[in-house]
Design a protein around this ligand. Structure first.
Ligand SMILES: CC(C)=CCNc1ncnc2c1ncn2[C@@H]1O[C@H](COP(=O)(O)O)[C@@H](O)[C@H]1O
Length: 271
């Protein structure tokens, strides 16, 4: 016997029959009612917003090729020699075959994006909502603005194969030490973290060796997790060599197909 329309209701994957058929449809309940609004300020709702940030971030970045994240001060202005250094490094990363990812803001982020864009590469900005008005810099081809710092950080780590850290303040230090901690604890397979500016970072390196190491608060090899240089070509060469070595180790460990591809990519980037 055929069911009459009144006897059955299909709501997406759900089927209701007979007296179980609801009085209203899902759309009616969605569109007709407007209840109290406090729930948008609750954690369960935030979880959905957080989830949507991951979806947008993964969606934007998943097809990006080999990429390097460049961190550095939001406050350094064009005209500062560090800004020019950031531009040069952004450009050279592109010439070496990498997409450049930054925090999308002003200062050193803008410098690296500018260098990347002017070299004809892909320039990405992962911005962050801040209490004061601020938009993504003008040199970004693709960008997302995140609400949550921790979601944004996941994107930097997941979609880049190296970090370049230019002079900066607390935000830059936060990004540097997050990266180093992930490498130190084996949460990411060892990837190069290159600091640029021997004079700027030298004091921190000394303190790590003379205090952290001497007090036994880091392992003897931990300071080697960071490489320090002033030379943009050395930045690129260090990253490239690390990628070739890494791909070769993975290849030798038997993960042939994919890793062969990566060796190829890294070698293709040979300047
Ligand atoms: C003028 C000003 C303060 C703007 C702030 N606008 C920002 N926009 C995007 N990312 C940022 C911003 N401030 C800090 N960050 C993040 O923290 C780092 C810079 O922080 P800082 O200036 O070193 O501590 C950047 O690598 C970036 O990922």
């Amino acid at each position: 016997m055929r069911e009459s329309e009144a006897d059955v209701r299909r709501a997406g994957p759900l089927t209701y029959r007979g007296k179980a058929v609801p009085d209203t449809t899902t759309d009616q309940r969605l569109l007709d009612q407007r209840g109290p609004a406090e729930w948008v300020h609750t954690d369960p709702w935030r979880v959905l917003r957080i989830q949507s940030e991951f979806v947008e971030g993964f969606g934007l970045l998943s097809e990006v090729g080999s990429a390097v994240s460049v961190f550095g001060s939001a406050r350094i202005k064009p005209g500062n020699p560090y800004y020019a250094l950031g531009e040069t490094i952004g450009g050279k990363l592109v010439e070496a075959g990498y997409t450049v990812i930054t925090g999308g803001g002003p200062g050193m982020m803008e410098a690296a994006n500018k260098g990347a864009k002017q070299a004809g590469g892909t320039s990405i900005g992962l911005g962050i909502e801040l209490p004061f008005e601020q938009s993504l810099n003008d040199y970004i081809d693709m960008g997302v603005t995140f609400r949550y710092f921790f979601v944004r950080k996941t994107m930097f780590v997941k979609y880049s194969q190296a970090f370049v850290v230019l002079p900066g303040g607390f935000g830059t230090l936060d990004e540097l030490f997050e990266a180093i901690t992930l490498v130190q604890t084996g949460k990411v397979t060892k990837f190069p973290v290159v600091l640029v500016g021997t004079e700027f970072w030298g004091g921190m390196f000394d303190w790590i060796r003379k205090t952290l190491l001497v007090e036994g608060l880091v392992s003897p090899n931990d300071p080697e997790l960071m490489y320090l240089t002033d030379d943009p070509d050395d930045v690129i060469e260090t990253i490239r060599k690390a990628h070739v070595d890494m791909a070769r180790r993975q290849f030798e460990a038997g993960r042939v197909e994919e890793e062969g591809e990566r060796i190829h990519d890294a070698e293709r980037a040979d300047p």
